[in-house]
Design a protein around this ligand. Structure first.
Ligand code: GDP
Length: 440
């Protein structure tokens, strides 16, 4: 996410890094580079100019007061200003009524239907809501199917009326059904088009008028850069939406839409999509995003992702096993599954301070665990439960069975044993305290 932009900003900062103080001259030079980086990221010209003017003024103003280095001062100012540019604080959706009605709008291909499913999943698992999805895209039968499949996957009911071609009636029927069945949130997916289209706008205006939604979320593909911003403007002029959803941020190396949308339409980005899976949705936090863009990582989001996947009962059991040195390959396998659920690997690594920059050219595929999984799957139940039993001939068999080689199997078993040792140590408070004392 945003690798190109981070890289270019980093280079822009270099101008100041070797300098003792901030001067009109060196700050002007740095700002020129930063503006170039922003324009390359597809941020619109006016936004980029205002932004760099503001940063420059602050840098010159604060320069006198601080004793920190120009590089550090600029990082801090950039962090504050990028945060403000993207909206300051996170804005979540609110639930003022039962049922709360949320209308989803956007062009075809933006990721509307996928987001509709992700949002329902988020509300169900993170906010304890009972959502109902309404299939309002009557022009694409495939869209109705897609929503029904997603609903099935996440265990959320879907209201569809295959007989009807009237999205307004369908939306109303959906809300009535939600009331009847005790669903406290109704998410209405609407029809899109390939481009802005008067008939589509009129239709969605009518759906809005008929349903009185509490939230209208506009979904847009972040990879389309300034186009995303322009489309947002047109939709906002007609619909006066309450928030933006930026999808496909996992593939967006530039970040122009994320940086410009708030300043152009003055509506907050509420969610970001970071993958195709139902879990790949994050509440948008401008401060955390700023920190990621500046290569400072985002530990808070990383911890939150981990917590979302964290099953307390399972963790307690695991701890017991670790204490008794009974951690086995079954546990190892289920840990891998949990990590995989946290999301795209490269994305996760980008949240660790410093690692994103280091890893930017490294191919990290989500298949990173594939051979490890194959090796574990080729073990017999007895071997999985008794890692110490895996002798040479068993290793040979496992390598063959998993389509890997002996070296890989040996490496995995060695890693597993090392991990077991560390875990055992960490589960013993005295040993842990001892270890901490020895740290520099
Ligand atoms: P709609 O036409 O607006 O309803 O778009 P869809 O929901 O059908 O999404 C279009 C394509 O984009 C599908 O292949 C989705 O899997 C994909 N997609 C949606 N959101 C994301 C995302 O956040 N990241 C990635 N990588 N793909 C996404």
């Amino acid at each position: 996410m945003f690798e190109n932009l981070s890289d270019k900003l980093d280079r822009a900062f270099k101008v100041l890094k070797g300098q003792g103080t901030i001067t009109e001259i060196n700050v002007a030079e740095t700002m020129k580079e930063i503006r170039k980086a922003l324009l390359d990221a597809d941020v619109n010209y006016k936004t980029a100019k205002t932004f760099t003017d503001d940063v420059k003024q602050k840098a010159l103003g604060e320069n006198v007061l601080t004793s920190i280095s120009p590089g550090q001062l600029l990082t801090k100012i950039m962090n504050d200003e990028l945060t403000a540019l993207m909206g300051g604080t996170a804005t979540e959706i609110s639930f003022p009524a039962t049922p709360t009605v949320i209308l989803i709008a956007g062009l075809n291909g933006a990721g509307k239907t996928t987001f509709t499913g992700k949002l329902a999943n988020f509300l169900k698992t993170q906010k304890n809501k009972k959502p109902l999805l309404v299939a309002g895209d009557v022009y694409r039968p495939a869209a109705i199917d897609q929503l029904q499949v997603l609903g099935g996957q996440i265990g959320v009911p879907v209201y569809a009326n295959l007989e009807s071609k009237d999205p307004i009636a369908i939306a109303k029927e959906g809300i009535a059904q939600a009331k009847q069945n005790g669903n406290n949130v109704v998410i209405v997916d609407t029809a899109g088009r390939l481009s802005i289209d008067e008939a589509m706008m009129q239709e969605i205006e009518q759906v809005k008028a008929a349903t009185n939604p509490h939230e209208i979320l506009f979904v847009v593909d972040s990879m389309t850069g300034q186009d995303a911003v322009n489309t947002a403007k047109v939709f906002n002029d007609r619909l006066d939406f309450t928030g933006v959803v930026l999808t496909k941020l996992d593939g967006d190396t530039r970040g122009g839409a994320a940086l410009s949308i708030k300043s152009v339409v003055n509506k907050p980005i509420k969610f970001i999509g970071t993958g195709e899976k139902m879990e790949a949705l994050d509440v948008f936090h401008p401060d955390r995003m700023a920190s990621r863009i500046l290569g400072m990582g985002d530990v808070v989001s990383l911890v939150e992702r981990a917590q979302q996947q964290f099953d307390e009962k399972q963790a307690a059991e695991l701890q017991k096993k670790i204490r008794k040195n009974k951690f086995d390959f079954n546990d190892f396998y289920s840990q891998i599954q949990q990590i995989k659920k946290m999301g795209n690997m490269k994305d996760l690594m980008g949240m660790i301070p410093g690692v994103g920059k280091m890893m930017k050219d490294v191919e990290v595929s989500d298949d990173a665990f594939k051979s490890v999984e194959a090796i574990i799957q080729s073990m017999t139940p007895f071997e999985k439960e008794n890692p110490d039993s895996i002798n040479q001939s068993r290793r040979n068999r496992i390598a063959k069975g998993s389509g890997t080689d002996l070296q890989e199997v040996n490496r995995l078993i060695k890693q597993f044993e090392d991990m077991r040792k560390v875990m055992k140590q960490m589960s013993n408070p005295a040993a842990m305290a001892n270890m901490m004392r020895r740290m520099p």
